[in-house]
Each structure stands twice: as C-alpha cells, then as structure tokens.
Design a protein around this ligand. Structure first.
Ligand SMILES: Cc1ncc(COP(=O)(O)O)c(C=O)c1O
Length: 438
C-alpha cells in the first residue's frame, strides 16, 4: 500500500467508518472471477458479489470489450431530446427479461435515482389521472430504497434517517421478521397475514391519499428477509382492492440472484413499477432502470400537452449513457447465454444447507436465505448492536473472505459462478471467525 494516512483524508468515503478505515485501510487493487486482489497482493473471495452487483464474476471480457468499443465510438450523447440506438436496444432487452405487463423502461444511473424516479412517476401518474391527493407512500420497516430523499423517506432503517429528518410523506407497515420463523429455510411458511397491516394504514390515511406501496420482494440490506409464503400475493390483492400502485424495488433481486430473472417472476407477483440497477451491468458501469406498464406510460404521454412538450419533466445528464447501455447489453447477454441463473438454481440448495450449518455457532441468533443470498443475525454486545458484525467481517477478511456487515447481521451473496467448494470455504471462514469471539 503506497498511500499515506494523510493522502487518505481527502476522500470522504460513503457508508464507511472513515476514522477506522483510514487507520486500517482495505484497498482492492484488481479483480477476476470470484476474487479480488488487495493492494498487498492478498487474494480475497468476493462473498457479496461486490455490493450485490457482480453476479457474473469480475473482469468479464465481453463487458470490457463492449465498454471499450463504445468509448471509442460514442463516449457520450445528450440524453434529452436526442438519443442513440443502444438505449432502445437495452430497453427492449429489459422488457423481454421482466414480466410481460411491464413494457416501458426509464434509465437512471443508480438504485437511489431509480427509486426516486419511481416515486415521482407514481405521484405524477395519479395527478395525470386527476387524483392529486394520492401522494403518500407506504414503505416497510427495515426496507432499504437507497439514499436519496424519496428513498430515505420510504425506507425503514432508522439509522439512515435520523440525521436527515423526514423527506417524503410516508408511513410504514411492519417488517416480516417473526420469532417463530427463526432459522427458516427459503420463504417462511408463516407471515402472509403481516401484509394485512396495509389495510390498517389504508383505514388510517384513506386510499384517496396514498400513491403507492413500495417493498423489496426480499429485503437485502436489512439482512436478507425472504417474503413469507403468500405475503407478496396479499400485498398485490390489497393494492388492487384499494387502487394503490405496487412498486417492487428489485435493485438486489433483479437479474438472477433469486434463481429467476426477477423477484417478481420467482415469487409469482407482478408489480406496477419495478426498479432495477446493480446486476444490470454486472456493476461495471453505473446504470439503473424503472420498468412500468403501458397504463402508467400512457398516462404521461396522453396528458403531455402539445407534441413538442416534455411529458415527464425528469431525467439525468447520464440517463441511458451509451457506455452504460453497452455494458448493460453485454452483461444481460452473458447472464442469459451462460445460463447463470441455472447455476444460481443449482447452487441455492447447497448454499442453503451449508449456511444453515452455522445454526448453533456462537452468537448466531437467526439465519435466513433465498437463492444465492443469506443473512446471519448475531447476538449484540450489550448496547452495541453493530459491533459484532463489524468485527466478524474483519475476521473473515483476515482469512481472505469479503462479507458484508450491516445492522446486526452479516450478509452473504456469492457470485452466480460460485462452486460448491467456494461455498463451503466461505461459510467455514464465517464459522471459524464466530468461534474466535471470546
Ligand atoms: C433494494 C435497494 N434499493 C436501492 C438501493 C440503492 O442503490 P444505489 O446504492 O445504487 O443508489 C439499494 C442498494 O443497495 C438496494 O439494495
């Protein structure tokens, strides 16, 4: 490592304990397949696929080639009132890979922008329909929807909100964690009734004031909470009954991690709006996408005024950036051509079995999993819920394994290319680290 402590000071790092990091930096230098190499030359297994981004593995040649060719051909093109062919090609590909009811795609540059775009679409939709009162959002406790003001407002993680105050007008249904579901494998069998809390909030606020309900089909950041059997179907029924839009935040679940193309497909429930990011380019270039049905798209188009007028006054300088679109097309092609979702399906039962072997290890209070995602909850140090996962993450790193710590959990999400041995090695590293706690 060549950077001095002083040189580390200028970069205010995101979601990082800056003081601790700068005293003891963890710097990646390169990556290939399922492994990083750090600046000390140490190989580190990628136990979270980057940040749930790189399911295809790192350094994919086809993505590198597509990005590099696009850089030479058209490095930037104005996204407002002008276009380029790749964004249309990619939009068609996304429509093809998402549920059939969803057929229009709006591009953004990140998950957070995608969420805020979706929330604006929901409100704009109701205004276009002559129902401006429908502006409140219903999120879910423990939900994570990025860090922009809308996403923080509908999100349900207190730590992410307390410094900033309330942003959008939002209320929240409860999370789906139930004592009796501890250590359940896959979708918990109990808990569909928890969706009925939405009915209570509709009773309280009235449907005439509510624009949309937003949930992650499987909460990732909160520590991998798979939906209970029947829960998402019930949410869908209630949204239909009360005329509320249903938004699925599929920034983590989109494009393979659940063992299907989307969480919607895997869990058999189609939302009105779907948000995607991360895996869409395999993390190589920032890109996000909101996917909606014609009913929503047409509401804007039909109320757009004269033809020269912009129908949706929203968009980012880098929306549908040509290089990001090239990366997206190459990444989605590789996902499909290499049948990587089949590998997720094949590895998931093994991953489940091996992860749950940690039940009974010191300080493990719960384990949850679905597809290639698992969350392990840990017993708190008195008054310090965040400390043990942090320490565990560092212990795993010492052994050459990157895992994510967040809240009182450790999260595992190996790349879709993972093999059985790598799963065993990853989970063994977590197990050994747990036994090192005094
Ligand atoms: C479900 C979900 N939504 C939104 C986001 C925000 O995405 P980004 O960090 O790209 O803004 C994340 C990021 O982890 C996420 O998991």
């Amino acid at each position: 490592m060549t950077l001095s402590r002083e040189q580390l000071e200028a970069h205010w790092m995101p979601y990082t304990s800056n003081r601790q990091f700068k005293d003891s930096p963890r710097l990646m230098a390169s990556a290939k397949g399922a492994y990083y190499t750090d600046t000390n030359g140490k190989e580190i297994f990628d136990g979270l696929s980057g940040l749930w981004t790189c399911g295809l593995g790192h350094g994919r040649d086809e993505i590198t080639a597509a990005v590099s060719a696009q850089m030479s051909k058209l490095d930037y093109s104005p996204g407002f009132q002008y276009g380029h062919e790749l964004s249309f090609e990619l939009a068609n590909k996304v429509v093809q890979l998402t549920p059939s009811k969803l057929d229009h795609v709006f591009f953004t540059d990140s998950g957070s922008e995608t969420i805020d775009t979706a929330l604006k679409m929901a409100r704009g939709y109701w205004r276009s329909k002559g129902q401006p009162g429908k502006s409140k959002f219903i999120g879910r406790m423990k939900g994570y929807h990025g860090v922009n003001y809308g996403g923080v407002g509908v999100g349900g993680i207190g730590f992410n909100r307390k410094l900033f105050g309330q942003s959008v007008d939002a209320d929240h249904i409860g999370d789906t964690l139930l004592e009796e579901n501890k250590f359940s494998r896959g979708m918990p069998s109990v808990g569909a009734h928890l969706a009925d809390e939405l009915e209570e909030l509709v009773f309280l606020h009235d449907a005439s004031n509510i624009a949309a309900v937003i949930v992650e089909p499987l909460s990732g950041t909160a520590g991998v909470l798979p939906p209970p059997v029947g829960y998402l179907n019930r949410l869908r029924e209630l949204c239909d009954k009360h005329n509320l839009l249903l938004i699925f935040d599929e920034v983590i679940t989109g494009f393979g991690r659940m063992g299907s193309l989307t969480g919607a497909e895997e869990f058999g429930v189609t939302p009105d709006i779907m948000t995607l990011a991360k895996q869409i380019t395999n993390g190589a270039v920032p890109l996000g996408a909101v996917v909606v049905g014609s009913e929503i798209y047409d509401a804007f188009i039909d109320n757009g005024g004269p033809e020269y007028m912009v129908e949706f006054p929203h968009g980012y300088t880098y929306s549908a950036h040509p290089v990001a679109c090239a990366a997206g097309l190459a990444a989605l092609k590789a996902l499909v051509d290499d049948n990587l979702i089949d590998n997720v399906k094949a590895m998931s039962p093994i991953f489940e079995e091996v992860v749950h072997s940690l039940q009974g290890s010191p300080f493990v209070t719960d384990i949850r999993n679905y597809g290639l995602a698992a969350g392990i909850s840990l017993e708190h140090y008195p008054g310090e819920p965040l400390r043990r996962p942090f320490e565990l993450g560092l212990k795993c790193l010492e052994k050459g394994f990157y895992v994510r710590w967040g809240g009182d959990t450790i999260q595992l999400a190996p790349p879709f290319i993972v093999n059985e041995k790598q799963i065993h090695d990853l989970v063994n590293a977590v197990g050994e680290s747990l036994h090192e706690f005094k």
